[in-house]
Write a protein that binds this ligand. Structure first.
Ligand code: ACM
Length: 677
């Protein structure tokens, strides 16, 4: 085997990635893979040995590994852990303990060596072991004879130390079980920060013993008790995940003011917000009593959340309450503050020492960035990549979330192409680039419920996880999609419900009718993108999210595959004929689907909005088939036919029922190709 050079390894440059590593079902792809000869068979004699440093967390992780292997293979396995490598298929050896409270930037590297005789996973500390266990599990596959892991040598470490997922549990409440199962999925993808967005206008979701009116009056009764918070943090720690709480201030604070209106910049009274958007209420940054309250509150929360970082929010303050409050206007003049931005900077600069005083470092959305703040804050860039580069140039650390908003319903490929270090950051020095710590995928919860949350996050977040972990050179979208499909299947076995809840929601909609035709329609549509749902109707936290737009997946695999087939059929290569055959099968199915689906659509008020979509899908099926016939026979279709199809296509490409028929642009390519004959 080739010896890896330290220089190459230290730079995680990806130059040792072999073609073979892209073929392995690994996500995220490791920094270095060297293929070996043969395979290690995984059968019922499989045993794990823990040699080296030992702690309960490692023993529990080894026990989970065996359980996951059981669900992956269906084979009952022995839970027995040995301390002796002899006779164990997998030897796990950590050199020493990691920090009791996981730190940003702790070593997560590991080495996995697999030969036909055994596998050995070593790491400087348990964090690397946790990461390497996930790699080992992903490598287990069935071949003609048995389950096996290919012989290889992996040396792996993350590109970025901050690899997060933000969960908004304020707008729609997410019970602790939902958080736990998403932590389990995060661990499978080597993500290491849960950013827990715990308060917003629509809810305050943590028990405060010091200020009980926060959760009692600021929530609908759904909040985490402090014991539940501790349990989630422990669950995350066992999986090598830090938990960073966010209490969004000074805006997005209506829920705080229901119980404590004296914190606000206008007298109130306040009620919990039920609509979505940006609202006027904001803390009064001019009053000492507000900072005294925050000092006591943050003191309580700093003791509850052990992580070094504390997220103070800071986004989207519209300043209207400040402008309407004469005392605040006097304060602005007295302190020579230019505008609301300067007033918010004043707030941040008073809040920051309070947070630091409780032993924490500040992280906030990019609005908090002001050159007066100390350099150990972390700026979370959501408004664009430029703010990240600006912060890094000014000496601040930052993470990227712009481009990773899962609620905007973009494809995995879209997110995958966004890199924390690119374009605007290209002019950064190596030192400035090193201040970019990574990024976070964000799951804002205006349009998700506990039933749909997993489906909105997974599997797309796995592609983002690869962006944060793997060398920058790993960016082939076709390889990503191939591996994503495998990850997606594995995740469901880990307890995430992204696939099963989709199916359950379709069954609920079908209401006793066969679910197949509805699934066929669902498979070719996607929810509208970006913030279009806000424009479609007035949603509130009470609006049921029970339509097809809520049940359907954010990304249509069928449309993507159909589009690839269209491109291959039109390119005229050696596979053009088989591509045309496959296209015909899809199109024929869609042409027939409306007749099969119509009884269900007519039966239910929830489905009637889909009648035009279903009819158009059938018409697209016919249009595509007729275009293919023309392309096969070489007979150019007449102008009237083309005009009719264009009218259909123009209609089919427009959103209806907040859904997009994703196959329409691909059928259009066929129709236009026929028109060009
Ligand atoms: C944000 O999306 N307002 C951080």
């Amino acid at each position: 085997m080739r010896i890896l050079t330290l220089g190459c390894w230290a730079m995680a440059c990806g130059c040792c990635l072999s073609a073979a590593s892209g073929d392995l079902n690994l996500m995220p792809q490791p920094a270095h893979v060297i293929p070996g000869q043969g395979k290690l068979k995984i059968d019922q004699s499989f045993r794990v040995a823990l040699t080296g440093y030992r702690e309960p967390r490692l023993e529990q992780a080894a026990a989970r590994l065996i359980e996951h292997l059981e669900s992956k293979t269906g084979m009952p396995l022995s839970p027995e852990l040995s301390g002796d490598a002899a006779g164990a298929a997998l030897e796990i050896s950590a050199a020493a303990a990691s920090s009791p409270v996981q730190k940003l930037g702790e070593d997560e590297s590991y080495r996995l060596e697999v030969t036909p005789a055994h596998a050995r996973l070593t790491a400087p500390n348990p964090l690397g072991i946790l990461r390497g266990m996930e790699t080992f599990l992903q490598l287990v596959e069935a071949d003609k004879d048995a389950f096996a892991v290919p012989a290889l040598q992996i040396e792996d470490r993350p590109r970025f130390p901050w690899r997060g997922l933000m969960l908004d549990v304020a707008r729609h409440w997410m019970p602790a079980g939902v958080v736990r199962r998403n932590l389990e999925a995060m661990a499978a993808l080597k993500l290491n920060v849960l950013h827990w967005h715990l308060s917003d206008d629509q809810g305050f979701r943590v028990e405060s013993k010091r200020f009980p009116k926060l959760h009692e009056m600021g929530s609908d009764g759904h909040y985490y008790t402090q014991q539940q918070v501790r349990d989630v943090i422990e669950f995350a720690r066992e999986r090598g995940i830090r938990v960073v709480p966010e209490f969004d201030m000074p805006g997005h604070t209506t829920a705080w003011f229901v119980g404590y209106p004296e914190l606000a910049s206008a007298p109130g009274p306040y009620t919990i917000e039920s609509k979505w958007g940006i609202f006027d209420p904001a803390m009064d940054p001019t009053r000492d009593a507000v900072y005294q309250f925050l000092d006591a509150f943050i003191g309580e929360m700093a003791a509850l959340f052990p992580d070094d970082y504390f997220h103070i929010g800071g986004d989207e303050v519209n300043g209207k309450q400040w402008e309407r409050n004469p005392n605040i206007q006097v304060f602005i003049k007295q302190h020579d503050l230019r505008d609301n931005v300067a007033l918010q900077a004043h707030f941040s600069s008073r809040l920051q020492p309070i947070v630091t005083g409780h032993g924490k470092k500040v992280i906030g959305w990019d609005e908090i960035f002001a050159p007066t703040l100390p350099k150990d804050i972390v700026v979370q860039s959501w408004r664009g990549q430029k703010s990240l580069a600006d912060a890094a140039k000014a000496g601040y650390m930052g993470i990227l979330s712009a481009g990773y908003y899962l609620d905007l319903m973009h494809s995995a490929e879209f997110h995958y192409a966004v890199d924390p270090i690119e374009k605007e950051s290209a002019g950064l020095t190596a030192e400035q680039q090193a201040r970019i710590l990574g990024g976070e995928a964000c799951m804002w919860s205006e349009y998700v419920t506990p039933a749909s949350m997993d489906m909105r996050i997974w599997p797309r977040a796995a592609a983002i996880a690869e962006r944060f972990w793997s060398p920058q050179e790993v960016k082939d979208a076709a390889s990503m999609y191939r591996r994503l499909a495998v990850v997606s299947r594995d995740l469901e076995w880990r307890g995430v419900r992204h696939a099963s809840s989709h199916h359950l929601m379709l069954e609920r909609l079908a209401d006793g009718h066969p679910v197949g035709p509805l699934a066929t329609l669902s498979d070719v549509v996607e929810p509208v993108k970006e913030y279009s749902r806000e424009e479609a109707r007035q949603y509130t936290s009470f609006t049921p999210l029970n339509r097809l737009v809520d049940a359907t997946r954010p990304e249509s695999d069928v449309a993507r595959e159909f589009g690839n087939l269209v491109d291959r059929a039109l390119a005229g290569g050696s596979d053009a004929s088989s591509s045309r055959d496959q296209l015909r099968r899809w199109l024929t199915g869609w042409r027939a689907n409306d007749a099969a689906l119509a009884p269900a659509l007519e039966h239910s008020f929830l489905l009637q909005e889909l009648i035009p979509l279903s009819k158009d899908l059938a018409a697209l099926g016919s249009a595509g088939l007729e275009a293919l016939d023309s392309l096969t026979t070489g007979h150019k279709p007449d102008a009237a036919w083309l005009e009719k199809q264009q009218a259909l296509l123009d209609r089919a490409k427009k959103p209806r029922a907040e859904l997009l028929l994703m196959v329409a642009p691909h059928v259009e390519k066929l129709v236009h190709a026929a028109g060009r004959l």
